[in-house]
Design a protein around this ligand. Sequence first.
Ligand SMILES: Nc1nc2c(ncn2[C@@H]2O[C@H](COP(=O)(O)OP(=O)(O)OP(=O)(O)O)[C@@H](O)[C@H]2O)c(=O)[nH]1
Length: 960
Amino acid sequence: MDTKEQKAHRPRQSGAKKDKKTKKQKKIEDKNPKAFAPLSGRKADKLARRKQELIQKKLHVPLVDRTPIEPPPVVVAVVGPPQTGKSTLIKSLVKRYTKHNLTEIKGPITVVSGKKRRITFIECANDMNCMIDVAKIADLVLLLIDASFGFEMETFEFLNILQVHGFPKIMGVLTHLDKFKNNKTLKSTKKRLKHRFWTEIYQGAKLFYLSGIINGRYPNQEIQNLSRFISVMKFRPLIWRNTHPYLVADRVEDLTDPEEVRQNPVCDRTVTLYGYLRGTNMKPNMKVHIPGAGDQYLADISILPDPCPLPDKVRKSLSEKQKLIYAPMSDVGGIMYDKDAVYINIPGSFTKTDYNGEFEKGPGEKMVISLQDASDTLASKLQEASLSIFANSAPLKASDLNEKLCVSTESTENNKLERTRRRVTFNEENEENFMSEENSSIENENDSDNAVREDEDGDDNDVNDVNYVDGFDRRVALNKYEAENSEENISKEIAFAESDSDISAESDEELNESGSDLDGELRWKSDLTIKAENMFIANRRVNIMQLIYGEKAPEEIACNGISNSAQDARSKNDERPLKYEEDFFKVANNDTGNAKILEAIDSSKSYFDIENLDEWDDEKVLESIRNRFITGSLEDKNPTGLNNSDNNDDDEIYSDFEDLEVGEIVKAMQSKESEEAKEGLEQETLAQKRILLKKKFDAEYDNKDDTPKVDFYDELKEGISKQLQINREEFDDDDPYTRVMVEGFRPGTYVRILLKGMPCEFVNYFDPVYPVIVGGLLTAEENLGFIQVRIKRHRWHKKILKNKDPLIFSLGWRRFQSIPIYSLNDNTRNRMLKYTPKHMHCIATIYGPIHPPNTGFCAVQSVSEDNVATFRISATGAVLDINHSFEIVKKLKLVGTPYKIFKNTAFIKDMFTSALEVAKFEGAAIRTVSGIRGQIKKPLSKPEGHFRATFEDKILMSGK
Ligand SMILES: Nc1nc2c(ncn2[C@@H]2O[C@H](COP(=O)(O)OP(=O)(O)OP(=O)(O)O)[C@@H](O)[C@H]2O)c(=O)[nH]1
């Protein structure tokens, strides 16, 4: 085949197509040729500000990263309203990580997820206690949202709790997306929920979509993506957890002697708890708090071999053997670990294969074995079952019923579990950020920090969508407003400009007037060059050199420096005030002959020869003035560029002089040679001096080892990490026992804790759904005392908070009930309040376990299940102060009657009972019924409790 050379494309040179293309090209150029570089100065300024803000946000007090070399498993809490798919998600993730099919989820489930990471999954039930406890231990929260229903109160309650107890990482997961039959509604719902989620957490927060259920689990691909995100996620230490040791028990055993329990069923129990240590080092004999069971001293703590160890060697991916799972409460794998033994559950006689016909099985055993033949569960059979109400009617299926129920979720309704779902609707009032209105407890920084980090590495794919969302609509509106403002600003700038430009503006006007023969609209276009010149001249800066050296500029330069037209304009300017003022003042000296000279002497302004501006490019001219400035070379003997003879002339003029500061007498040069020699010497010493000075300066300000200068923040961080390294090295040579005694048990180790004297309820009501936390207490936190907290009622909480109404506080590791006394500080005293103010912080004083200032807390009125009608979190806040006693004053209304009246003074009885009481109220304001104001003066010695008071007017015996 012969290859014919193709004709190259020749773009159109003229015609409609060409116009279209050039238009298009222009459009592109108009946009922003430099990709992300800002076009306007205003935008650049905004960008720079934002960048600085982000940098500043990152600056928090650096925390010591105590993550041990082998860190404990990451706690992933799966949280969401009931029936959102929490169990399904955990099952899917566990299957993905370990290939294990979990049947039930009870207690924490630990899996090895990678070379260096293990994950503990915890399902959080819809119970206040459970939510509070989970929020305190979760490193990552998977917030499940039923997309077919929308946001429910539980989600926001949990977010609120998270906020006060440190803000761990959060990822949203939308489930039940398969319920949407219409693709359009699915898309819009996704978008709406995503942006609401972003508003609540932070812009760009991760949100996963799980599109439906296949074989009882979520689609593999989606779960794989989610699992990858979890596996690589980075965590930042949270303040509370970085200063307290804690343990999440994954196994609980009651070791109490059965005989003792038989004799006294409510006797205190001895319990062992197993789990990975987290946070900081746990000391033996430490006091710990177990939420729900109170404070206990550790009776014993011992290290156990890790039941779910990280793999030693990993080539590329984990081998099947390395994909371990450890979930003792869910009884997975049939392996039980104890202090000194590992028990393996061998399948019992209930398995079908065991049966070899030797023994006759009992009816119970037969039933169990026959049940193993069942291919479907009762639930799935029910799901498939159909019912025909009429003989000819189409059979009804359970799935039909489900669908109907779920479709009708528009209003709050009872679903199949007879649960009242609490939809979160965002009306006008609630439109603003739910989180933003919260108080700024110290933990809030984590939030912002989260945001900063995620902003940086978050995906930008959806950034464009942002403009369409409700939250951003407001922003757009704001931008419009800003744009208007900016226009206004510009006009204002003109109105209040500097005097120089004022003058030019006025001269413009005059020039316009002079050109009145031109068409009105086009008048501004006339004399543009002259105007430009005027502007240029008017805006010239002061000639500093002339000001300093007072060098007399030759008259011509000053006068000829301006073009004729410019001069005209200037002279007009000069005349103008005279014209105006003529009516009022007489010009005293009308001698205009000196005007030119005056102008020449006034060297505060310099005028340039506009036509000869290129003389400034002349290297000679520049060179001639270069050395006049202090940056010029001192070595140049002829700085002015004049010849030597001139210099000599100078010397003649300026003979000997004494430098009074140094006390050195400088003699005029006698001969040319000696003068040169001396000058050379001087130059040398001067140069040396300069070198020395420079060295000194460098030593003082330069970085010695030429490393880039680190700021205070980095220095601090480096210091901390160095100290940590030193600490590690210090303990490296010690034997494990000494190390434990001195340092305590390191986080990451798997330990067994023995607790004696645990309340029997802990064992009797043990439910693996509720996480068991063992939180270490610092010495100060073991005591009880008065705490003053800053508190704010949550605006979604419907009930008012009344003074002295008990509240359940979640503070530190603890949940406790206390009676708050609300007050407001008016700079002089704390005045008691009847109720918490609306949308405002107030002070609450409570008696309870001491916690350090700035610890965040949340409070609920009740934790019982029946109180789910409204938003359950009543208030949030942070600890302000701890003290033995706080002074809170209360307004008192006391009534007394006068019994003796002199002019403005009266003696009053029946208000107080003793002189001491009166003394306390000395100076207090009093008022009669008719409104005459007065003041308590002094108690009377007799009778007790009577006092003297003065009034602004004479009062009546009736008290009027
Ligand atoms: N169609 C559909 N059904 C789902 C989806 N996710 C979960 N389900 C179903 O919802 C039901 C509840 O799922 P679970 O995983 O038990 O939900 P849960 O949140 O653990 O429920 P509780 O433990 O009662 O709080 C199950 O029947 C699931 O099959 C989903 O994305 N689509």
